[in-house]
Design a protein around this ligand. Structure first.
Ligand SMILES: [Zn+2]
Length: 287
């Protein structure tokens, strides 16, 4: 489960060290988005602009490290510190990113824009593999944008800046699979889509899932028919009375779902290293 409450246990640094600059509000439409229905920037960040994106972690590999030790490690072997997710989903950067690997059941829409933190890539890969284990023989599905290699603005998104956001296709019925196909009662593979979403929730530190209401309805009905706990389902989906459900509606998400993971390791490494990254010019300071 997303561990908002447990996140409070974090020994926090200065918090949100990276730029407060607003997300670029006027991304020029690019060829990347011509496949989409919306000509506007995709609304994948606004709904969580209030979130500081902290995950659950009780200890951290850098717990006993001084700033000098971190600086020495960065000078000698920057990779040794692992992935760093800097700042916010809508104003951030990625250091030591990991490229999503190809897999049997999925295709990368654009490998250059499929960089995440180690945690993000591992979480995503885990869930995809679990669905294949539970329900072999799925139609191919697609991994859209995660982040650019170094994070930062990635057209046409508001978020996807710090290696924690992933766009993935829905699972479709065999023969209907296609990147950016609008999910409908006729083409949605409800069983695998629910299995994927359920695994995200039960097995990873997921912060939010954006899904169009029309698709939520289909997946939610399926989950209830499948015998899932009604109260749990009501809390998870939009419109169940929960204040801030994990699965939320956002414009532009009938064609794919958007997942944001907490990255307790990479976010904390980023906070602790930020000043030094800027000092060593590995990162640009906020402008
Ligand atoms: Zn997205």
């Amino acid at each position: 489960m997303a561990a908002n409450d447990a996140g409070a246990l974090l020994a926090l640094g200065e918090g949100g060290a990276a730029s407060e600059e607003s997300a670029s509000a006027s991304a020029a439409p690019s060829d990347e988005e011509t496949v989409g229905q919306d000509k506007d920037e995709i609304d994948d960040g606004a709904e969580s602009a209030d979130s500081d994106g902290r995950g659950q972690i009780l200890s951290h590999p850098l717990d006993r490290w001084s700033k000098d030790q971190i600086e020495a490690a960065l000078a000698k072997d920057p990779d040794s510190l692992g992935s760093m997710s800097i700042g916010y989903a809508h104003a951030g950067a990625l250091v030591n990113g990991v490229q999503m690997p190809p897999g049997d059941g999925w295709e990368l829409v654009n490998a250059e824009h499929a960089w995440g933190t180690r945690e993000t890539v591992d979480n995503l890969t885990h869930c995809l593999k679990r669905v294949s284990e539970f329900f072999p023989g799925a139609a191919r599905m697609y991994i859209g944008h995660i982040s650019g290699r170094r994070g930062g603005h990635l057209s046409p998104h508001k978020s996807h800046q710090c290696g924690r956001d992933v766009d993935v296709s829905y699972y479709y019925q065999s023969g209907q699979e296609k990147w950016y196909a609008t999910a409908t009662a006729a083409n949605l593979d409800r069983e695998r889509t629910w299995a994927f979403v359920r695994t995200l929730i039960t097995d990873t530190d997921v912060e939010l899932i954006l899904m169009d209401r029309s698709v939520q309805r289909l997946v939610r009905q399926f989950a209830i028919a499948r015998g899932e706990d009604r109260e749990w389902i009501d809390r998870l989906f939009d419109g169940g009375g929960g204040l801030s459900p994990l699965i939320r509606h956002a414009k532009g998400h009938a064609t794919h779902l958007h997942v944001r993971f907490y990255n307790p390791l990479a976010q904390e490494t980023g906070r602790r290293s930020y000043e030094i990254l800027v000092k060593r010019r590995i990162l640009q300071p906020p402008s």
